[in-house]
Design a protein around this ligand. Structure first.
Ligand code: COA
Length: 463
């Protein structure tokens, strides 16, 4: 499945129309981000009032650039956009990225239709309008007015909402989540979720796709693409406008018709998507997918030093339809000798409040190596016996010294030192969370997705 938009993400030349001299303006910020993030292709600022911006020669118009242009970012007001688009078309520009607001979302359908008409005339594709731009880290391209220091990784984040998208770029940095791409879709007058799903479904730099959607232009095509892509990689969907009042808000935000929540839920489920309603959980789960191998089975083991944390995690898992099985007999026998008599060796395995880092090390190493265990949830309640940061180092060491890779999530509950331990783990690509429920939820979705994939494979081979 080829989307035909590879060049948008791997351009050899970019023009920024409206590259302002004023550092506070959007056109300036986009140019600066493109330069600072290290884009290796050619960069052409366009502004008739400037000779040079940020050390780059400035051109008075697209036509005056002595080179072919793959992508033109249009960062000028909506009313000036059609004439700039005409010029881009005449120049043979392949993709126009229209940043301006002031189109369909405010009832200005005519102006937006004009863009589509011009683009069709020249066989040019449009991303936007009403967007903050896009990032593709393998090309070292950050053409947004969001944060500069986006981390490289394998999550493609596609968003219909602009401001929320920018904020979540910052959130992903704070959570150490690396991205392959961030794409602002806005009003989707041309390129839409279907084009993006097809591109990122095939993209070898992308392992997980996270989409924030308010409404779709091509519902059927989207569900078809979603099903094909979900077979290969997890697609997490945050569907906004799930209530009557939320649907009205979506309509005035990006001009989208949000549709009936029941139909959406059913269709997304059938297509194999992982529908998550809140942003925090969506990123928690994306993190787990980004850093974990696919589970080989559904036998999940919980290792904890607190019974309560274990019970909370067990409830969260049960609510997601995941049942814990007793740990393998040899695993229990092996551990028994090291534990006090009051320790519980069911699942969750309770190492008790007096558990040391060494005991965690042993329990985790054996679980990683045991073929009867497919996934592991390590829980820790802060005690004076075990330093959170020391335990975090021990967990990382155990993972590194054990050859076997299994899905794993860590939940650490406690104070400031616990937060430091979580940051340490996430900066080393170990999915770690501040509550047992969030950790359990994240690992639950890895197991759920394994089932989804199995069902899709069965369904698609029947068709
Ligand atoms: N070609 C090249 N440059 C042009 C131009 C043209 N045809 N017309 C104007 N310019 C220059 C201007 O002179 C200015 O440069 P200067 O500051 O050095 O003088 C620059 O382009 C920007 O034009 P300006 O009129 O100052 O626009 P602006 O920066 O105030 O606003 C937008 C432009 C697109 C940012 C604004 O109209 C907008 O839509 N903002 C909302 C964006 C948004 O929220 N998107 C949704 C995602 S969250």
């Amino acid at each position: 499945m080829r989307s035909g938009i590879e060049r948008l993400f791997n351009p050899t030349s970019i023009a920024i129309v409206g590259a302002s001299r004023d550092p506070s303006k959007i056109g300036h910020k986009i140019l600066k981000n493109i330069i600072d993030y290290g884009f290796r292709g050619k960069i052409y600022p366009v502004n008739p009032k400037a000779e040079e911006i940020l050390g780059f020669k400035c051109y008075p118009s697209l036509a005056s650039i002595p080179d072919d242009i793959d992508v033109a970012i249009l960062a000028i007001p909506a009313t000036l956009t059609p004439s700039a688009l005409e010029e881009a078309g005449r120049k043979g520009v392949k993709f126009a990225v229209v940043i301006a607001s002031g189109f369909r979302e405010v009832g200005n359908f005519e102006l937006e239709n004009m863009l589509v008409k011009i683009a069709r005339k020249y066989d040019m594709r449009i991303l936007g309008p009403n967007i903050f731009g896009y990032v593709y880290t393998p090309s070292k391209l950050n053409a947004t007015f969001g944060p500069t220091n986006v981390l490289q990784g394998n999550v493609a984040f596609l968003t219909q909402s602009g401001a929320l998208g920018i904020a979540l770029m910052g959130y992903s940095i704070a959570e150490s989540i690396g991205v392959s791409a961030v794409v602002s879709l806005g009003n989707k007058c041309d390129l839409d979720d279907v084009d993006m799903l097809e591109f990122f479904g095939d993209d070898e730099n992308t392992g997980v796709i996270l989409i924030y959607i308010e409404g779709l232009n091509r519902g059927r095509a989207f569900m078809d693409a979603l099903m094909r892509v979900s077979l290969r990689k997890p697609v997490i969907v945050i569907k906004a406008g799930r209530t009557e009042i939320g649907r009205k808000a979506a309509a005035s935000h990006t001009g989208s018709l949000a549709g009936s929540p029941v139909i959406w839920e059913k269709a997304l489920k059938q297509a194999g998507a992982i529908q998550i309603n809140d942003v925090e959980t969506a990123f928690d789960v994306a993190k787990a997918f980004a850093w974990s191998p696919h589970p080989q089975g559904d036998r999940l083991l919980i290792i904890t030093n607190g019974g309560g944390a274990g019970v909370q995690a067990t409830d969260t898992l049960a609510e997601k339809g995941i049942e814990l099985k007793p740990p393998p007999h040899e695993y229990v026998t092996n551990l028994k000798a090291l534990l006090p008599p009051f320790a519980s060796l069911a699942n969750p395995v309770d190492l008790t409040g007096q558990a040391s880092e060494e005991l965690y090390h042993h329990a985790l190493r054996e679980a990683l190596q045991h073929p009867g265990i497919d996934a592991i949830l390590v829980l820790y309640c802060q005690t004076a016996v075990t330093e959170p940061t020391v335990l975090a180092e021990k967990i990382l060491l155990t993972l590194r010294e054990t050859e076997v890779k299994k899905p794993l999530a860590v939940g650490m509950v406690g104070g400031g030192e616990t937060r430091k331990a979580i940051s340490f783990l996430t900066s080393n690509k170990v999915p770690a969370y501040p509550t047992p429920e969030r950790a359990a939820n994240a690992i639950a979705y890895l197991l759920i997705y394994a089932k989804i994939r199995e069902n899709l494979a069965r369904k698609l081979s029947i068709i």
